[in-house]
Design a binder for this molecule. Sequence first.
Ligand SMILES: Nc1nc2c(c(=O)[nH]1)N[C@@H](CN(C=O)c1ccc(C(=O)N[C@@H](CCC(=O)O)C(=O)O)cc1)CN2
Length: 360
Amino acid sequence: MQGVMAWRLMRRKAFSTISKAFKSFSGYPTTRSPSLLELDLPDNWTPNPTTATTTAIPHFQNHASRQTAALIDGRLMAEEIRSGIASEIKRMRDATGKVPGLAVILVGNRKDSQTYVRNKIKACEEVGITSLMAELPDKCGEDEVLDAVLSFNENPSVHGILVQLPLPQHLDEEKILNAVSLEKDVDGFHPINMGNLAMRGREPLFVPCTPRGCIELLLRSGVQIMGKKAVVIGRSNIVGLPTSLLLQRHHATVTVIHAFTKNAEQITQEADIVVSAVGVPNLVRGFWLKPGAVVIDVGTSPVEDPGSEYGYRLTGDVCYEEAVKVVSAITPVPGGVGPMTIAMLLCNTVDSAKRAFGFS
Ligand SMILES: Nc1nc2c(c(=O)[nH]1)N[C@@H](CN(C=O)c1ccc(C(=O)N[C@@H](CCC(=O)O)C(=O)O)cc1)CN2
């Protein structure tokens, strides 16, 4: 009996020592393993040298006659959606005397971000959404950005707030995005919106624009998602992660591929639906794809092209010229996911205003 008591005492002591060790390592008052959450390693993509593009991929137009895949026209779909939104806003104005408002925060002078923000504001004007903008210099302090967010949070004529990403390195993205009011988080990047998207039976107030656009592209093209094998390449907070969650919500069996995935090609070869969002031009080659698969290409990378007007052209993650000969449908770059991202931002802003006005 004494032996058992001594053993129990010893075990309790050992357990308490281990707990304390974990507590001091992780700072959490629990007994969780210090490695449970693992390191947040960056996804630096190094295409497989044996399969990567070694020779230039011929330009699409030279091979247009051999194209077999249907083109999923994001520009056209976005136009239809914007026209529906314009009518909806007219109906809202007639009934309430009010219209939705979107506030945009742009920090720094990245040319691509400036273009996206300009396009977002132009799209707002065209459908009847009022837009406000806070433009801050590259070297601005975190407090200035937070002040802009907080003042938009309190402004009743603002129904949507977006902080254009990426932010300059010295700013704490997490802190800034967390400050956006949950009810105005039209980008859907607030952790509570993202958490609710991840959990079964929960409804996020907003779904991030690009992932929502990807699903709309599939649904409006008549692609069945339920029961299909989907591969999402990339696991960013903006696109890869929420897209994988949305596809799961649509009852696909989802595999996420990232820079540490072994046999990415073989895994992708089994997918009925492939969404690629890594920003590596032509990473996904024709032989990665299953015949008849549907491809949504989110990647938009500028690639040198002396023959084009600006000396570069936008290129997707998927080698289009090869893919069109294999898959059943594919989004082009440009003209696929990009225009849908902006259309979905307008949808989220209108949804937010409807909630605020109690208008349906
Ligand atoms: N706060 C956010 N930041 C960023 C987001 C976002 O959704 N919210 N997404 C991207 C950039 N982005 C929107 O902000 C975006 C990217 C591309 C397009 C687009 O229409 N692309 C066109 C081509 C445009 C061109 O010619 O330059 C296309 O693909 O046809 C729209 C929006 C990162 N940051």
